[in-house]
Ligand binder design. Structure first.
Ligand SMILES: NC(=O)C1=CN([C@@H]2O[C@H](COP(=O)(O)OP(=O)(O)OC[C@H]3O[C@@H](n4cnc5c(N)ncnc54)[C@H](O)[C@@H]3O)[C@@H](O)[C@H]2O)[C@@H](O)CC1
Ligand SMILES: [K+]
Length: 206
């Protein structure tokens, strides 16, 4: 079992790029690996909400949004922290299709939608430290109260991947996809209620 801290993840990511991969490819690998596992468990297209932050965790979410849409899912996307994204996340935003089955909405609009089968958290991953802002905390409270299967990308938002320190309103995932390796927090007893089932996915990083 591989366990990498956030710093080790960045080092391993750089090593994969030095060996011939690219940051873009690693994000694509992460998103498509998660989407493929999701589609195995949920083969019938339904409705999915993807909540993205500004970082690469959100970029993974955007790859998944594209993959699920391509398989017939109705996808709603929220940019919780505004639309000034990292370069890679922006690239994947531009790859989203124009479609009446894919909408950019706000969290205020979410409550007015029909229920979602899947709620995907791409707000913060290994880049998170410190405290949740009020806006993110409110969003997590809302998501945690909604019906549907909750899926965390890499880490549930609110959980520090290195220390396991968790905000009381951390996203409560049913499934967490750990990209490339488990992070220290995935293995701590205190983090269990937030991570749900943890699935480690190969994304082309040693
Ligand atoms: N490192 C790797 O090898 C890979 C990373 N990927 C994804 O990228 C994620 C990491 O992406 P990023 O480094 O862009 O970071 P995140 O997307 O986790 O977070 C975004 C940014 O939020 C800011 N932030 C941190 N704490 C905050 C707080 N308390 N309040 C407000 N803002 C805060 C930081 O500036 C951080 O860069 C991983 O979890 C994973 O999902 C994958 O796409 C592919 C491979
Ligand atoms: K997340």
């Amino acid at each position: 079992m591989k366990i990498y801290t956030s710093v080790q993840m960045r080092e391993r990511e750089q090593a994969a790029v030095d060996a011939g991969s690219s940051f873009e490819q690693l994000m694509e690998n992460a998103g498509t690996a998660a989407a493929s596992d999701i589609l195995q468990h949920f083969p019938v297209p339904g409705r999915c909400l993807v909540v993205c932050g500004k970082g690469n965790n959100g970029g993974d979410g955007l790859v998944i949004a594209r993959c699920l849409h391509a398989q017939g899912w109705q996808v709603d996307i929220v940019f919780l922290l505004g639309e000034q994204l990292t370069e890679l996340a922006e690239l994947n935003r531009q790859r989203l299709p124009q479609s009446n089955k894919l909408h950019i909405i706000t969290m205020q609009q979410v409550s007015r939608q029909q229920p979602y089968e899947l709620l995907i958290d791409g707000v913060f991953g290994t880049g998170f430290s410190g405290q949740l802002s009020d806006a993110v905390r409110q969003c997590m409270v809302q998501l945690n109260a909604m019906p549907g299967t909750r899926i965390a990308l890499d880490m549930p938002t609110g959980l520090n991947c290195d220390t396991g320190q968790a905000d009381a309103d951390t996203f409560r995932a049913d499934i967490s996809y750990a990209f490339a390796a488990y992070k220290p927090a995935h293995l701590l007893a205190q983090a269990k209620p937030y991570c749900g089932q943890i699935v480690c996915l190969d994304i082309g990083i040693e």
